[in-house]
Structures are given as C-alpha cells and as structure tokens.
Ligand binder design. Structure first.
Ligand code: GTP
Ligand code: MG
Length: 197
C-alpha cells in the first residue's frame, strides 16, 4: 500500500469526543517507550507526525491520524510506566478499555512488544484481556535493530508459546524496526487486507 497523505486530526482524553466512527481505524498500544509513535512515523513516512521521546510516558492522549483520507491510525499512551500515579494509571485503564471495547470502527489493535525482552507478564495479560473481549489484534515486535535476529526470534517464539496457553490460534506476528524500516510492507499489507474486507 502506498501512503499518499498522513495528517494529524485530533488529540483526546474522552471517548465521547473522538471523531465520528466513519472510517476504519487501527490502534497502536503497548508499554511506555516500546516504540509506538516511532513505528507509526516509519509506516507513514513522516518523521515527527507522532511525537516520540527517549523518556517513557511521552504520549498522554489518544491521537488520531488520517491516512490517505480513508482510514485512521491511533496512537495511544503506553501502559506500565512506573512513575505514573495510581490514580492516573486507573484513569488510563478505564479510558483505554472503554475505547477498545466501544469503538465500533476499530478494526484491529496492534500490540507492540519489545523484541529485546523475554515475555513480560503485563503484555501477556493485556493480550489475554483482548482475547476475552474478542478484540482482533496483531503483535508487532519492535526495535529489532537493537540485537541480532536470533535473539529477536527467540523472544518472539517464547511470547507466542505463552499465548498458546490461552489462544487456539496465534495472531499475526510481525518483527519491526522503526530505525531500519523493517516490517513496513508487512504491516501496511496487513492493514490493506483488513480494509479490503
Ligand atoms: P510512549 O509514548 O512514552 O508510550 O512511548 P512510545 O511507545 O510511543 O515510544 P517512542 O516511539 O516515543 O520511542 C521511545 C524511544 O525508543 C525513542 O528514543 C525512540 O527513538 C526509540 N525507538 C523506537 N523505535 C525504535 C527502533 O525501532 N529502533 C531503535 N533503535 N530505537 C527505537
Ligand atoms: Mg508515544
């Protein structure tokens, strides 16, 4: 799929204030600092569209980006950031869970996982929750440029094995690097195929 246009539409803290659900949308979620905003920028060839930072907790709002005037990418705040207060964490949880379960135009959630790490409980639990709610999702492993391919593939395999305890069918898995543009065509093709249906 060719990306012709990518524009920022709005930032929100309330599900009720989101753009009308008239176009398919794809949400990017995962732990703080896993590389959600960087991956979005890489996919749409637009450095600086989604704001990135070395410090976790950069994305605080739910951001809508309109792609090719036809579908949305949604950048979400990360989970698991230790420095956030309990109250704001609970607020985040409520808001994100409401968004994911109620947003009728949401086609698929991309769960981003750091390819450098062995399976983390917080990511596994989030996937289990998506499964329970029957929300379609795919796994995007990030930062593959940071270590050798074997190391990444080992972590991917271990994560899939954990999911196997819960899911009969393991979701689509794509290894990515925002730095090296790894996985770009695969993710865009995945979106293209879902949009076609
Ligand atoms: P929050 O918005 O805070 O939840 O973070 P995020 O998940 O949006 O992460 P972000 O894209 O801001 O990236 C976090 C840090 O990781 C930044 O310093 C990025 O430059 C770096 N980073 C992201 N993706 C990659 C990658 O593929 N390779 C490398 N080497 N660094 C990356
Ligand atoms: Mg971000």
């Amino acid at each position: 799929m060719i990306i012709k246009t990518a524009t920022f539409v709005c930032s929100n803290t309330q599900v009720s204030a989101l753009p009308a659900p008239t176009m398919p949308e794809y949400a990017f979620i995962g732990r703080s600092n896993v590389g959600k905003s960087s991956l979005i920028n890489m996919l749409v060839n637009h450095h600086g569209l989604a704001k990135t930072s070395q410090r976790p907790g950069k994305t605080q709002l739910i951001n809508h980006f309109l792609i090719n005037e036809a579908w949305y990418i949604v950048d979400l705040p990360g989970y698991g950031y230790a420095k956030v207060s309990k109250t704001s964490r609970e607020k985040w949880e409520k808001f994100i869970r409401a968004y994911i379960t109620k947003r009728e135009s949401l086609q698929c959630v991309f769960v981003l996982i750091d390819s450098r790490l062995t399976p983390q409980q917080i990511d596994i639990e989030f996937c289990y929750w998506l499964g329970e709610k029957q929300i379609p999702f795919a796994l995007l492993f990030t930062k593959a440029d940071k270590q050798g391919m074997n190391e990444s593939l080992k972590n991917v395999a271990a994560f899939k094995k954990k999911l196997g305890d819960f899911f009969e069918e393991i979701p689509t898995t794509i290894l990515t690097s925002a730095e090296k543009q790894t996985g770009k065509e695969e993710v865009l093709n995945f979106i293209y195929e879902v949009n076609k249906d």
